[in-house]
Ligand binder design. Structure first.
Ligand code: HEC
Length: 148
């Protein structure tokens, strides 16, 4: 596994992403609520890892490994949670999910793979892995999540 140094740009991009993680209100539709809760679980675990990458939290290999495992497990559930089209005023899901569901599934699998392959043995390795995982979040959000 290659270890890449995290650039300042990446760190700032992650900080910006973390700032937009929170959403204003909870959805009431149960299908939408369930998929948003899964994304929040993924978001919280990503924050655990990103905080270490940025130096906002002390490096903890065990906690980072556990967070990556949570991301991988939750990513595996994403296609099932999104399969049934559902809408809610609080949803940020784009309708394209259901016209390109195979592609959406591939992007979920890319996240699962990046999280499963993450190397949290050292802070340098963690920084490389957080970049790899972050790219898969962005790739899906760019196409399938409404920017608010
Ligand atoms: C396969 C596509 C996909 C991937 C990969 C993905 N997301 Fe999402 N994410 C979405 C979609 C779609 C929504 C909007 C869901 C809705 O509001 O109905 C969303 C919403 C969210 C939300 C807001 C949840 C809420 O409570 O409204 C957070 C936080 C989030 N994603 C974090 C992440 C992070 C962090 C990653 C990567 C570690 C990631 N996501 C990877 C598709 C994806």
């Amino acid at each position: 596994m290659t270890t890449r140094r995290m650039t300042k740009v990446t760190i700032f991009a992650l900080a910006a992403a973390a700032a937009t993680l929170a959403h204003a209100a909870d959805a009431t539709d149960p299908t939408v609520k369930a998929r948003q809760e899964a994304m929040e679980t993924i978001g919280k675990s990503m924050k655990t890892i990103a905080d270490m990458a940025k130096g906002d939290a002390a490096f903890d290999s065990g906690a980072a490994t556990a967070a990556a495992a949570t991301i991988a497990e939750t990513a595996a559930k994403v296609p099932g949670l999104f399969e049934t089209p559902a809408d809610d005023p609080e949803s940020e899901a784009k309708p394209a999910i259901w016209t390109d569901f195979a592609d959406f599934t591939e992007k979920s699998e890319a996240l699962k793979a990046a999280a499963s392959e993450a190397d949290m043995a050292s802070l340098d390795a963690l920084r490389g892995s957080v970049g790899d995982i972050g790219k898969t979040c962005k790739s899906c959000h760019d196409d399938y999540r409404v920017k608010k």
